[in-house]
Design a protein. Sequence first.
Length: 305
Amino acid sequence: MKWCSSWSRLLAVSLWGLGISTGHCATTELKMLRVTTREEGGVTHFYVQNVEAADVTATFNMHLINLKGSTNFPYTTTFAGNQTVEAFALTPIDHDIPWDYSYDNAFTIGSMSAVHDDTYVYSLPYAPGSVFRVTQGYHGSFSHTGPDEYAIDWKMSVGTTVYAARGGVVVKSKDDSDKGGPDRKYESCANCILIQHSDGTIGIYAHLKKGGNRVKVGDKVSVGDCIGLSGNTGFTSGPHLHFSVFKTRSGKERLSLPVKFKSADDPRMTIVSGRNYKAAPIEVQQVKASAPLGNTVTEKARVGS
Ligand SMILES: [Zn+2]
């Protein structure tokens, strides 16, 4: 290695990101993060641009020679969607001798600071009154392990309308694929919708039908909104809808979370593999749809009086 005449910098960078691999299910390719550096008075500033609408969590591993960081490494943090921030800076320890660094960086979609609201009860992601069978629930031995430990699969014929299980903001919508089958080569072919909830967790709806998504990135959706059509894209053994709620633990580790659902028969339950579940009516939505504006005003007046 040749040191430069003044300060030396060898930039060896490796970037790798995790797709949304949902076991046998979806993978969506993500551009996610762009890292740029700027040197100013010997200090190297690292800027991170999150090009996704969703939160992305990254872990930086630095290999430093004669440099100290503004933070400790490995450094893991979550970058908010569509923003550029300074992540950290490197300063020479001894200004009279050369310095050098290299780093690698892993990132995955989701927030490490999200704290799931466990009081929230999710709606079944299909039409009120309709019934679907769960073919794989939590800890399903086929593919609901590791980061997909708390995912649920409902057997569902292609083209079934998918409803939001919880409201939030759409942070990913992919429906350009028509490929799928029981082979890992299809992993990157899954269509999906990602909805970021108010508590920072993200709900994923996967294997959707080509051209079926009814939402786009940035859309605000309410629970019970129609968001797309189920399908059989990606690595899948047959038509079904895959759903899970997740956050991250690091740039390398996505974490699915156990959540409660309500059905027509049970106001709060844990879904179990092999059972049929009938979706409950969504009361709030029905009231909104049926109440004329005049009634709403009267209600407010009554409350105020
Ligand atoms: Zn699944």
